[in-house]
Design a protein around this ligand. Structure first.
Ligand code: FES
Ligand SMILES: [Fe+2]
Length: 382
């Protein structure tokens, strides 16, 4: 389907078919910088994290010299994955299959029974394949291509539209780490994130502290940026009303909620900073991991801020509807549950023979249409 003015661009198959999913994995997620964690995840030699970047599994490890390096997580013998998830390796990386061993710089160090089994082995040519690694705004990033353009160039255009937060100075709120498996295509999750039209409606009870009429949003290259100010009542005394201690000066309070391509959302606001990391798992299944950082102040300060702001919040955050059904997401008072519900219901409707695209809101859904165009451009389709 071609775009008409104000209509969506992508066909239903873009959200349901394995062929589209595979093409996106190859042409989008394997060719862009991928979020790999927070800078604090790797703080000493031997620590590592691994991440799926499209078709590539990549790990970052800190060497004895304190340098971060990224490698494709593939043994040079028969390709077994070397490291799992997150952890600490000793001074070397040993493949579990036949114990080929590499140093933290990726060089092949030893091969069991080498003289008998591999008399002519050229060890020097069998180092791990390199990927690119970078730190940017308190986050770790990898790119499958060893010679990728710098991360600063990739995000350079959107950076002026991001929050004034110094992410490295904040501390992770470990209990706030959440993982959701959402039964919807990753683009539905992204579109929901960048849809300004739904904020005052789906989230009428949960996000009413911001002024959705004064949203400023747009695209810089493939990246979506978004800012909105506080609502007047919240802003009247944000130092008192914020549920947790401020992380930026009160004069700058507001919410920056960009969606960096492809699928790395940030939620940078007056009292917290979060990353919303979207990983496509299947055409109709998407994982979202949310990690949050807050002010690096004492527990006492958090407790007293919570008491100070209690009056402001009590009764202010509520479900969209009231319901006796304890499982009704619309009554949950939790904006994530509201969003997940909307995304999953949309995905289900796409299967119906009666589904057809409806009109798209001129301003409130402009970002959704632009994101669909960006996906098309990356897939190399008309
Ligand atoms: S596959 Fe790694 S040692 Fe054989
Ligand atoms: Fe939402």
């Amino acid at each position: 389907m071609k775009s008409n003015e104000g209509m969506p661009i992508l066909p239903v198959e873009a959200y349901t078919s394995q062929a589209w999913f595979d093409r996106e994995q190859e042409r989008i997620f394997s060719r862009t910088w991928a979020f790999a964690g927070l800078v604090g995840d790797i703080s000493e030699p031997g620590q590592y994290v691994s991440v799926q970047a499209g078709l590539n599994n990549i790990f970052i490890v800190m060497g004895q010299d304190g340098q971060l390096r990224a490698f494709h997580n593939i043994c040079r013998h028969r390709g077994t994955q070397l490291l799992r998830a997150v952890g600490n390796t000793k001074k070397v990386i040993t493949c579990p299959y036949h114990d080929w061993t590499y140093d933290l710089e990726g060089c092949l160090l030893s091969v069991p029974d080498r003289r008998n089994q591999f008399p002519d082995l050229d060890m020097a040519s069998l180092g791990l394949k390199k990927a690119s690694v970078a730190r940017w705004r308190g986050m770790l990033w990898v790119h499958p291509d060893e010679n990728a353009d710098p991360v600063e160039a990739w995000f350079g255009g959107v950076e002026p539209h991001l929050g004034p937060h110094n992410v490295d100075e904040l501390v992770e709120y470990e209990k706030g780490r959440t993982e959701y498996d959402i039964a919807a295509n990753w683009k539905i999750v992204v579109e929901n994130y960048i849809d300004g039209y739904h904020l005052a409606h789906l989230h009428s009870g949960t996000l009413s502290m911001y002024d959705h009429r004064r949203i400023e949003s747009g695209f810089e290259g493939p990246h979506f940026h978004f800012w909105e100010p506080l609502g007047a009542e919240y802003a009247a005394d944000v130092e008192r009303n914020a549920p947790t201690p401020l992380v930026i000066p009160a004069e700058q309070a507001g919410a920056w909620v960009p969606m960096l391509f492809p699928g790395i959302g940030l939620a940078e606001n007056e009292d917290s900073w979060s990353v919303f990391h979207i990983t496509p798992l299947a055409p109709d299944l998407t994982r979202v991991v949310v990690r949050t950082k807050v002010a690096d102040v004492s527990f006492l300060k958090f407790a007293s801020q919570s008491i100070r702001s209690y009056d402001f919040w009590s009764g202010r955050v509520r479900g969209k509807y009231e319901s006796d059904d304890g499982d009704d997401p619309m009554a949950s008072g939790d904006f994530m549950q509201e969003d997940i519900y909307a995304c999953e219901q949309q995905q289900r409707s796409l299967q119906s023979p009666f589904f057809e695209h409806g009109p798209s809101a001129l301003k409130g859904e402009a970002g959704v249409r632009r994101h669909q165009e960006v996906v098309m451009e990356w897939l190399g389709e008309e």
